[in-house]
Every structure is written in structure tokens, then in C-alpha cells.
Write a protein that binds this ligand. Structure first.
Ligand SMILES: Cc1ncc(COP(=O)(O)O)c(C=O)c1O
Length: 353
């Protein structure tokens, strides 16, 4: 079954690659599919990007059933376009939906919709190194009903944003503020879901960190405020001596797809990697002993972002700038090379559009 495409009559001008930034521009079309009790998923279509009309009683506005995803499509060295690990994002979208009592979107139909959308907006794929199309699926409850129960109707949209290189002019090391009092997610909660609510929980600490000159917040576990969780929109890794460690997936952090790529590559390279609890105290001890060699965050936006400073309560761990042979820099280069078709893709991470 082909997905119907309604083309826009007023295409927008494309921004210059140098002016792209992140998430500021949107292409001409979107993919939409709706769900209702009885009908299930129905009416997939690509249509012009335009404002929505929504009922003031729509339950997403009151009770917050909203989830999303984020993945990228890249220009391959053969000139075509490839999606990076879309099946992993769509599996995570379905898992988020189940946790928030929403119907799980069928990955096959959503991937078909993303492909139809990207083919329609293929002319938006930027050319310059480091640029990409960022693909944002979002699903929300639309039933006009006041009352705390799952909605009986939902809309899933996919929008696309041409994005610039995350690091223009080389990677700059992040300055990270460790949040010691607030928590983003607790055991038993929805921290492992890509739910809009998790991001709202992080805003206040993030704004405070920025006001103090820091880029993002490192979250600690909600129970003891001792163990590392994740950073803003990134998972966190530390190289302690020869071993790379990252917090285990215990239900409070997002199972990052870049995190999975990094663990896979480290295993390919025979670098010891451990998924386990990592406490701030352990990092501090390692730093004092000269064993905290690298700290970095991983996520779709930057792939690997080096961390140059961790600060809390008047304390500060400062790390030297990573050299080209650091594990973090090698990981970023390796993932970039696969994404652009400049290296083999032994794990099958690229998906044709
Ligand atoms: C809270 C959070 N943690 C981690 C990540 C990294 O996940 P991924 O590597 O799938 O982009 C993201 C970004 O998607 C995120 O929002």
C-alpha cells in the first residue's frame, strides 16, 4: 500500500547550511497517522507542514500523554540518503507508548511513513559536512475528555528539521553542573521512556545550570543522589584507566541508541566496557588518583560530546581536552564514518530511504 502524499502549494525557502542550527527550521511536509478505539491505526498520509487544530479539552494538554523520538538521516557518499538505526528508535517509541498507556505505533507503517516523507522532502537534505535531517516522531492524546484515564484517540506526526553540525569549528568540551537535590526520574517512574514529561522535569535545573555558565546538568539517582544517571539529552560514559564505564539501564534513564553504538564499537575494539552503577564519589577518587582519563556524553545530536568539567557544591573535576586518539574522539569519528558511508557498516545501522 502506498502512502498518499498531498504536496504543498507554497514551498518554503531553504536556509543556508551555515544558518541551520538545531531544530529551528522545518521542511515542507509531515507524516501523520491517527489512532482511535475501534479503528486502530488508520489514514497514514504525507501532507503539508501546517498548524494543527486541537480541542481545548484534548487530554494531552491536561494529563500529559505525549512521547517522542529523535533520529537522523544523512547524505551517504553515494549521494543518496540513509536513516541511522530507525528500527531502534521505533522500538523505543513503542516501548514509551506502552509505558504511558498509549497504543504502540506499528514500526513498519511508521518507517514507511518516514520514508515517504523523506522522499517528498529529499531536496531539504543539506550538503555540508556534519549536517543532517533530524526526524522527530511525536505522539499525543487527542480525545476531548476531562478525567484521568488513557485517551481513546491519538495522533502520531513525524516532522523533519534540517540541522547543522553540532560542533562547528571542532568539539568544545562541555561544562556540566551536577544536580545534587532535584531528580529527573525515580525507580518505578517513567524515566526510561521518551516522554515529554521527563523533559519538563529537567528544565528548572537546566536553566539554573545555564545561568551559572554551565552547558547541561548531570543527574544523579533520586534515592541517594550518589550514582550517575544521565546528562540532559545524553547518556554518560567515563574512562577509568583502561575501562570505560556507563550507568546500567535500571529503568530511570533512556536507553540511548548512541549509547548502544558506543558499547558495540568498544566491544569490537576489545576495549573493556562495563554497564554498572558509577558513583560521583568513584569519579572523584579516580580523578584524584589520575585515573579519570575521559568523560563524555552520547546522543543523536552530537554522537559523542567531551566533558571538560564537572562541578558541584564548590567542587570541580577538570579534565584535559581529549586528543585525537582518545576513545571519545575515535568513537565519534567511527560513528560519523558509518553514517556517511565512509566506512563499512558491519552492524547494519544504515537503512535506505
Ligand atoms: C534523556 C536522554 N538521554 C539520552 C539520550 C540519548 O539517546 P540517543 O542516543 O538515542 O539519542 C537522549 C536523546 O535522545 C535523551 O533525551
Amino acid at each position: 500500500m502506498g502512502i498518499p502524499v498531498e504536496r504543498t502549494r507554497s514551498p518554503k525557502p531553504h536556509p543556508a547550511d551555515a544558518d541551520l542550527g538545531f531544530g529551528r527550521h522545518f521542511t515542507d511536509h509531515l507524516f501523520r497517522i491517527d489512532w482511535s478505539e475501534g479503528k486502530g491505526w488508520h489514514a497514514p498520509r504525507v501532507e503539508p507542514y501546517r498548524p494543527l487544530s486541537i480541542d481545548p479539552a484534548a487530554s494531552v494538554l491536561h494529563y500529559g500523554q505525549a512521547i517522542f523520538e529523535g533520529l537522523k538521516a544523512f547524505r551517504h557518499r553515494d549521494g543518496g540518503m540513509r536513516l541511522f538505526r530507525p528500527e531502534a528508535n521505533l522500538a523505543r517509541l513503542a516501548a514509551s507508548a506502552r509505558r504511558l498507556s498509549m497504543p504502540a505505533p506499528e514500526p513498519g507503517i511508521v518507517l514507511e511513513g518516514i520514508r515517504a516523507l523523506l522522499r517528498t522532502d529529499a531536496g531539504w537534505l543539506p550538503e555540508s559536512p556534519g549536517t543532517a535531517l533530524y526526524v522527530r516522531p511525536v505522539m499525543f492524546a487527542t480525545e476531548a475528555f476531562l478525567g484521568v484515564r488513557p485517551s481513546k484517540t491519538y495522533t502520531l506526526l513525524v516532522i523533519v528539521s534540517p540541522v547543522g553540525a553540532y560542533f562547528s569549528g571542532g568539539a568544545h568540551a562541555l561544562r556540566i553542573w551536577v544536580e545534587r537535590a532535584r531528580a529527573r526520574a525515580a525507580q518505578g517512574g517513567i524515566g526510561a521512556s521518551k516522554a515529554a514529561a521527563n523533559y519538563v522535569a529537567s528544565l528548572l535545573a537546566g536553566e539554573e545550570a545555564k545561568a551559572h555558565g554551565y552547558d547541561q546538568v548531570l543527574w544523579l539517582d533520586a534515592a541517594r543522589h550518589a550514582d550517575l544517571e544521565e546528562i540532559g539529552t545524553m547518556n554518560v560514559f567515563a574512562k577509568l584507566g583502561a575501562t570505560v564505564v556507563t550507568p546500567a539501564l535500571e529503568g530511570t534513564i533512556l536507553a540511548g541508541i548512541t549509547r548502544d553504538c558506543v558499547i558495540t564499537l568498544l566491544r569490537d575494539w576489545n576495549v573493556p566496557v562495563e554497564e554498572r552503577r558509577v558513583s560521583l564519589a568513584e569519579l572523584e577518587r579516580a580523578h584524584a588518583a589520575g585515573a579519570l582519563e575521559e568523560l563524555f556524553g552520547t546522543g543523536t545530536a552530537a554522537v559523542v560530546a567531551p566533558i571538560g568539567e564537572l562541578a558541584w557544591d564548590g567542587r570541580q573535576l577538570v579534565l584535559p581536552a581529549p586528543g585525537p586518539q582518545s576513545v571519545g574522539e575515535r568513537l565519534r569519528a567511527a560513528v560519523h564514518a558509518v553514517q556517511r558511508g565512509e566506512a563499512p557498516d558491519p552492524h547494519g545501522w544504515l537503512e535506505p530511504v
